[in-house]
Design a protein around this ligand. Structure first.
Ligand code: AMP
Length: 326
């Protein structure tokens, strides 16, 4: 059935001009890689078409990938809008999305809002880029796939799967990643962009390691309040990245970063886990996401503590009924 959906999407692409491509707010490597990669392929394949990459926000960390286009509002009523890696309409980083003639949704999150006129959703995929790679490989004879486009797609596959470590990575993931490499990805440069950091970053890490809290049952957590964000001159996005520093503590099967959001006057929550799911916990605190990577929002330090206590109970229950976890 998804084969038919993919074919339909290619037909829509061939039949439409202009085309606008968008992703989710607060972009990560998958959102940027999938949209930049897909845009590049479509521009190279259909040089006569107007193809826009349109998003309302930007990622400093992924600035090396390039920028977005200004899209005049009057483009939308005639445009096919392709939204990639975005589960719900609330998270689309395009304030004009509803004005598009037709919307195609391509996504790997659990389906909660089929906002597209055509929805290609495969929640078993490790990344949206894996779906884009699948699309490119399926129609490789009709599409122009440059090393640069393949590099964008490969970047999303690498980052969203934690370098092919997370749940959802399959033989297919590796075959599709291999197919992207075969197009000539310069991975040395890509990894230098992704995985080297400025010296100041290491001072922050040292602070983080000193301040991680661990509950009785092993939930690791950290609160990046406004003062700490200021002390290390962190953007909200950079402060949010600390969740990754909590992931390698043995026995801490759940880890949570709380990041004060000065603008919205609330606290962003980033939840991660291994062996057990935390999606329901995220839903309880006004959020959601994947089984083992989800986001939420709390509105006070008291609610933050309640979430930590809930996570601790969840982990305690899991540990007392399961073996073999690390
Ligand atoms: P994050 O910690 O923001 O990287 O989020 C992890 C995953 O949960 C991502 O796949 C997000 O799409 C999803 N997510 C984050 N926040 C929310 C939310 N408030 N509602 C639904 N899904 C979310």
């Amino acid at each position: 059935m998804n084969e038919d959906t993919k074919k339909l999407i290619l037909e829509l692409i061939e039949a439409n001009d202009p085309i606008v491509i968008s992703r989710h707010i607060r972009p990560d490597g998958d959102a940027v890689g999938s949209t930049m990669g897909f845009t590049k392929v479509l521009r190279d394949t259909y040089p006569q078409k107007k193809i826009y990459l349109a998003d309302d926000d930007f990622s400093d960390y992924l600035a090396f990938c390039g920028g977005e286009d200004e899209v005049p509002e009057e483009v939308y009523p005639n445009a096919l809008l392709i939204v990639i890696d975005t589960g719900t309409r609330k998270r689309i980083s395009n304030r004009n999305y509803a004005k598009a003639k037709k919307i195609v949704k391509i996504d790997h999150h659990i389906e909660a809002d089929p906002y597209g006129d055509v929805n290609w959703v495969e929640d078993f995929r490790s990344s949206a880029c894996e779906m884009i790679a699948d699309f490119l490989v399926t129609f490789k004879d009709r599409l122009k796939i440059s090393p640069q486009a393949a590099a964008y797609v490969y970047m999303g596959m690498v980052t969203d799967s934690g370098r092919f470590r997370f749940e959802g990575v399959t033989g297919d993931t590796m075959r599709l990643a291999g197919a992207m490499l075969d197009y000539g990805v310069d991975y040395e440069t890509l990894f230098a962009h992704l995985y080297t950091e400025e010296p100041e970053a290491f001072r922050l890490k040292s602070y983080v390691y000193d301040h991680i809290g661990i509950t009785k049952n092993g939930v690791a957590y950290l609160y990046m309040d406004e003062a700490t964000q200021d002390r290390f001159h962190l953007s909200f996005e950079a402060a949010s990245g600390v969740v990754n520093e909590l992931s390698k503590i043995r026995g801490s099967l759940i880890w949570v970063a709380f990041i004060a959001n000065r603008e919205k006057k609330n606290i962003r929550v980033r939840l991660r886990s291994r062996f057990l799911g935390i999606n329901d916990l995220a839903i309880k605190y006004h959020g959601g996401g994947h089984n083992m990577a989800a986001g939420a929002t709390v509105f006070s330090e008291q609610e933050m503590q309640e979430l930590i206590d809930d996570a601790d109970r969840l982990l305690g229950e899991y540990k007392s009924t399961h073996e073999g976890w690390l």
